[in-house]
Design a protein around this ligand. Structure first.
Ligand code: SAM
Ligand code: SF4
Length: 350
């Protein structure tokens, strides 16, 4: 059998139509069980690697799914397509209307999926308790540095104290383990990651560092300026003893390392330098109701049109299955022919 550079068989079975039932599978045999839902493309920060300083057009209100439309798609995903994990993201999901209601409706589905949120944490200190009561299980807070000057330069806003308060509120609300996602700045990242890991160890947050990917609004990403997983590990090893965590990794993208012989871990996600597409179990829904079978997909499947033309659940299910069936072997960032998706990360949902 021939295999691709990603370790995938070139063909799982003859490509015909997607199966009409069973797991949400692609032609390489990968099964999607993890749904990422972008609730809005709007944000209260302007991270340099994600959004422009100004001038990005927002989706118009009528383009965004209504709460009822979204809840219908969540029901189809969980009860018909086998989704077991739902993560709400954005844009900034805490800016989305009805977030608590959407979480409560998701928690009422059976079998009940695990429900997580990826947020910049700016408004989390006011919301964490209510979100936990609505049914949120876990939270990932994006924080790239604990240096206030660096934070303001990366996010173009002065909100570090709010994010730190949000992390503490999540911990108090029992949204554990509280994870911190960091994308490192090419200039300051080597210093930032050391201080960030110390901060996370002190507060019992789990740090995950992710390589910067070509998903910025300005399409100005340069491979040469990305801090790679190897460079991040080399930097951390100058300050901490890291030993590989032996727990099975499954489809989790982070390679975990135990820190200084204790129980705390740090994760490094080598999304560019060592793609993990072969183990991908994700399907994505944008705020305007488009299914994406990959972060880097250049094609989308319009479920909003089906929702609004009176299509029944069978038709929506079939369209979603067909979208996933066409998932490519890998993201292709490292191929010369790679084309960055038109939408920036803020409009896809990270
Ligand atoms: N606003 C929320 C937040 O920042 O957590 C949720 C949306 S944000 C797009 C989700 C995640 O994507 C964040 O952890 C962010 O750091 C990450 N991200 C954004 N642009 C990225 C890029 N170009 N490469 C890698 N990760 C990126
Ligand atoms: Fe906003 Fe998150 Fe993008 Fe930063 S990474 S600009 S917080 S959507």
């Amino acid at each position: 059998m021939t295999v691709t550079s990603l370790g995938l068989p070139t063909v799982f079975r003859p490509v015909g139509a997607a199966p009409a039932s069973g797991p949400l599978i692609d032609t390489f045999g990968r099964v999607a069980t993890d749904l990422r839902v972008s609730l809005t493309d709007r944000c209260n920060l302007r991270c340099t690697y994600c959004m422009p300083a100004e001038g990005l057009d927002w989706l118009a209100t009528e383009q965004v799914l209504s709460t009822e439309e979204l809840v219908r798609l969540l029901r189809i995903a969980v009860t018909r397509l086998g989704i077991t994990n739902v993560r709400f993201t954005g844009g900034e999901p805490l800016l989305a209307k009805d977030l608590d209601r959407v979480i409560a409706a998701t928690a009422a589905l059976r079998p009940r999926p695990q429900i997580a949120l990826t947020t910049n944490g700016v408004a989390l200190h006011r919301r964490a308790q209510a979100l936990a009561e609505a049914g949120l299980d876990r939270v990932n807070v994006s924080l790239d540095t604990v240096d206030a000057t660096h934070f303001a330069a990366i996010t173009r806003r002065d909100r570090l104290d709010d994010v730190i308060a949000g992390l503490a509120a999540a911990q108090r609300a029992g949204l554990r383990p509280v994870k911190v996602n960091a994308v490192l700045d090419p200039q300051t990242g080597r210093d930032d990651v050391v201080a960030l890991l110390k901060f996370c160890l002190q507060h019992d947050y789990q740090l995950r560092v992710i390589e910067q990917m070509p998903l910025d609004a300005g399409h100005s990403w340069e491979r040469g300026s990305v801090l790679t997983a190897a460079e991040i590990l080399e930097t951390l090893r100058g300050h901490f003893t890291l030993t590989p965590d032996t727990a099975p990794r499954g489809s989790a993208p982070a390679q975990l390392w135990r820190v200084d012989g204790g129980s705390a871990t740090v994760g490094v996600i080598a999304s560019v330098s060592e793609a993990f597409c072969a183990a991908c179990d994700r399907t994505r829904l944008t705020a305007d109701g488009q299914v994406r079978n990959c972060l880097f997909a250049t094609r989308e499947t319009d479920l909003r049109a089906l929702l609004r033309d009176g299509s029944d659940d069978d038709a929506i299910e079939a369209a979603w299955r067909s979208a996933m069936w066409q998932k490519a072997a890998g993201h292709g960032i490292n191929d010369p022919s790679f084309v960055q998706p038109a939408r920036p990360m803020s409009a896809i949902g990270g």
